[in-house]
Design a protein around this ligand. Structure first.
Ligand code: PLP
Length: 366
């Protein structure tokens, strides 16, 4: 079986290094928000090229904490995409702000600026970009747009570890970047973890309070926070796994390059990846086809595990039917949700696995 992710196939050396740091933390006697978290925060801030990283419980909390630290809440509108992990929009709702959902570009499946423009109201305070599949779009254009409109640019970087635009890493463009280290992400923990990155020292300080009950100094609570602390074992494991991230990212790019040059079935549409190779870290490799059910059957026969990200966009979820969006609707989002398929593209795939996936896709329907 060629799996979408295959953690059990990770290198022995990585496993041994992880076991060592778990032991180190066990023996340290300090388990939550300690020196391992501080060390990882420093490393991750360095990777992102920003002065501050704040370790939190997961990626969704990183977004909520970021919004709250910016002072956004009830009455404020945040424009986002409906074609995302549910957590993106859930974080906006939990902050008390109002999500407004814009459509995507059919070519890249990233947020469409014209649609964002139609979602703009006097209450719009921010646009939350999702660097979906690991792709960072034209950030110059997006930053200029946000500046001209006087709204915050925010980044959901949960799929985009190390993706960059003109040598600046995802998360360094917006008022904050939110990272998830859920196990399936390009940099994943062995459980839940997340981080907010920012260049704004006040935002970072407020995020540190919010993640820990709104506490300023011990047992003093100037505001109502939450419990979203990062633990020492996850931080230590992330520190180890970070050392492999460059190599794993290169492998993802090499696999994607093979797919891009070799998938030639006219029934399969590949997404556009404009810009240069640095812009994309291929968290997911997505193909689109009008006859998805039969493709899924064909892949199952070939023992290849696909997945759909995401079959039901946020605005079509039964809990979200009243969320506002582009007045012209979200046709590109709905079409993408009905046709997209993620195929295996993970660093542990052998060359033979990549060939098998290409062969399965090219032989489909012939
Ligand atoms: C995974 C993911 C999240 C949520 O991260 P968690 O750590 O699971 O809370 C948010 N946004 C996107 C785009 C994601 O892929």
């Amino acid at each position: 079986m060629i799996l979408l992710n295959d953690f059990k196939a990770e290198p022995r050396e990585l496993r041994d290094a992880q076991l060592q740091v778990v032991q180190r933390v066990l023996e340290s006697g300090w388990y939550v928000l300690g020196p391992e978290v501080a060390a990882f925060e420093q490393s991750w801030a360095l990777v992102c090229g920003v002065p501050h990283a704040v370790g939190v419980g997961n990626g969704m909390d990183a977004i909520e904490i970021g919004l709250r630290a910016l002072g956004l809440g009830p009455g404020d509108e945040v424009i986002a995409t409906s074609m995302t992990a549910f957590a993106t929009v859930l974080a906006i709702l939990r902050s008390g702000a109002t999500p407004v959902l814009a459509d995507i570009d059919p070519g890249t499946a990233l947020l469409n600026i014209d649609s964002v423009q139609r979602c703009l109201t006097p209450r719009t305070k921010a646009v939350l970009l999702v660097h979906r599949h690991g792709q960072v779009g034209d950030m110059d254009r997006r930053q200029q747009w946000a500046r001209a409109k006087g709204v915050h640019l925010l980044e959901d970087c949960a799929q985009a570890h190390l993706a960059s635009w003109q040598n600046r890493v995802a998360g360094s463009f917006g008022a904050f970047g939110a990272y998830s280290f859920y196990p399936t992400k390009n940099l994943g923990a062995i459980g839940d973890a997340g981080t907010l990155v920012t260049s704004d020292v006040h935002l970072a300080e407020r995020a540190r309070r919010l993640r820990s009950y709104g506490q300023s100094t011990r047992y003093l609570h100037p505001e109502i926070g939450m419990n979203s602390r990062l633990d020492e074992i996850q931080a230590a494991l992330l520190g180890v796994r970070l050392r492999w991230l460059d190599a794993f990212t290169s492998r993802r790019r090499a696999i994607a390059a093979r797919y891009l040059e070799s998938i030639s079935n006219p029934q399969m549409r590949l997404l556009d990846a404009p810009g240069n190779p640095d812009n994309h870290v291929y968290h997911l490799f997505v193909v689109a086809t009008d006859r998805r059910d039969s493709l899924l059957g064909h892949l199952a026969q070939r023992k290849i595990q696909p997945l759909i990200h995401y079959p039901v966009p946020v605005h079509m979820q039964s809990s979200c039917l009243d969320i506002k969006g582009d007045p012209r609707g979200l046709p590109a989002t709905e079409h993408h949700a009905a046709t997209c398929v993620s195929i295996p593209c993970h660093p542990q795939m052998a060359d033979g696995d990549v060939d098998s996936v290409i062969d399965a896709l090219n032989s489909y329907g012939r």
